[in-house]
Write a protein that binds this ligand. Structure first.
Ligand SMILES: NC(=O)c1ccc[n+]([C@@H]2O[C@H](COP(=O)([O-])OP(=O)(O)OC[C@H]3O[C@@H](n4cnc5c(N)ncnc54)[C@H](OP(=O)(O)O)[C@@H]3O)[C@@H](O)[C@H]2O)c1
Length: 317
């Protein structure tokens, strides 16, 4: 068994595929034979600006899906051959074994979830980072502090009195935030371009308005009137989008805006494992699949730079 990785050998260079060490998983880690990996905005930012990386060579990539190849001594939930999706944490641990753009990735057993037999690796791989980021904003006490939802299948599509504004519902993070907020019993008010309105309604959002229209703020204020707006989740997080969220909250006397940063949370154990099985969590947005293995990672990053709309770029290995 040999490992290969798409390396960044120096700052602001193109990726190069080379042999890589095959590490053993730590006591609470699993080793995954990756079948797909996903591209995220932070990968392009790290390549373009050299941010976050402390030393080279470096390996990008935070989301993988594949089969468990080995488990650490203290791992009880997973065994060789299990189909999983996982968060690769190299961005935090600085260990290349934890990075995603390689054939084998070690991941903490806390941020690994089983995936159902009928869900492809390319679909499942869109979730790990988006779900973790969405959950950090919604559930951590320092942010919106909502109760963590259970994964029991139920119908929460009814509107409730407690509402949340999710700006950018068709983005990867927005798609996860909508699903989690609904599972937490919130009424979801969100935005998307005209062509993605039915996509976000399909995720369960209650009210969706086109973010390019001049009256979007007015329309959101109208539907929020009479409800308790618990805060805003800005899944896009530019100065313009946070400003719009602030304008809406200001109308109701103020509140908390969460802007997307990577984080961790406890939705993995129950919500992701069970939710994917019973349909409460859907693997969204849909993947745009690039075949051809690690050699195509650079092409995939370049494609992401051209922009995506309700889609995530994934590379099949
Ligand atoms: N991906 C992650 O897991 C992750 C993790 C941590 C932080 N972040 C940060 O979160 C932000 C979003 O990342 P992402 O991967 O979720 O983005 P993405 O999926 O690449 O974003 C594309 C989507 O953004 C929407 N969009 C663009 N401009 C918008 C605007 N002004 N108002 C509303 N929607 C707008 C587009 O909607 P339409 O096509 O419908 O117009 C499109 O569907 C980035 O700042 C990223 O750095 C992402």
């Amino acid at each position: 068994m040999t490992n290969r990785a798409a390396y960044l050998l120096a700052a602001k260079t193109q990726l190069e595929v080379k042999d890589a060490p095959l590490e053993k998983p730590g006591p609470r880690e699993v080793l995954i034979r990756n079948r797909t990996l996903a591209i995220n905005p932070v990968d392009t930012k790290m390549q373009d600006y050299g941010v976050i990386i402390e030393e080279y060579p470096y390996i990008l990539g935070l989301e993988v899906a594949g089969e468990i190849e080995g488990v650490g001594d203290e791992v009880t939930k997973f065994k060789k051959g299990d189909r999983v999706a996982a968060l690769g944490a190299a961005i935090r641990t600085k260990k290349l074994a934890h990075a995603g753009f390689q054939l084998f990735t070690c991941a903490s057993d806390i941020t690994v979830a089983h995936i159902p037999e009928d869900l492809s690796y390319s679909s499942a791989v869109v979730l790990p980072l988006g779900l973790t980021t969405a959950a950090a904003g919604l559930y951590e006490h320092a942010y919106l502090g909502q109760p963590i939802p259970s994964a029991v299948a139920s119908n929460e599509l009814e509107e409730t009195d407690r509402a949340i504004l999710i700006w950018g519902g068709s983005s990867s993070v927005g798609s996860c935030a909508i699903q989690l907020a609904i599972a937490s019993g919130l009424t979801v008010l969100t935005t998307a371009s005209e062509k993605n309105i039915s996509y976000v309604m399909g995720l369960g959002a209650h009210h969706v308005f086109d973010h390019s229209k001049d009256d979007v703020i007015e329309k959101l204020i109208n539907v929020a009137t009479g409800k308790k707006l618990i805060g805003a989740y800005d899944a896009i997080s530019t100065k313009g989008t946070s400003g719009k969220c602030a304008e809406i909250l200001h109308h109701f006397g103020g509140g908390t805006i969460f802007a997307t940063i990577p984080g961790t949370s406890s939705v993995w154990g129950d919500f992701m494992n069970e939710g994917l099985k019973n349909g409460k969590l859907r693997a969204k947005p849909d993947p745009v699949v690039i075949q051809g293995g690690l050699e195509e990672c650079q092409k995939a990053l370049d494609l992401y730079r051209q922009g995506v709309s309700a889609a995530k770029i994934v590379v099949e290995l």
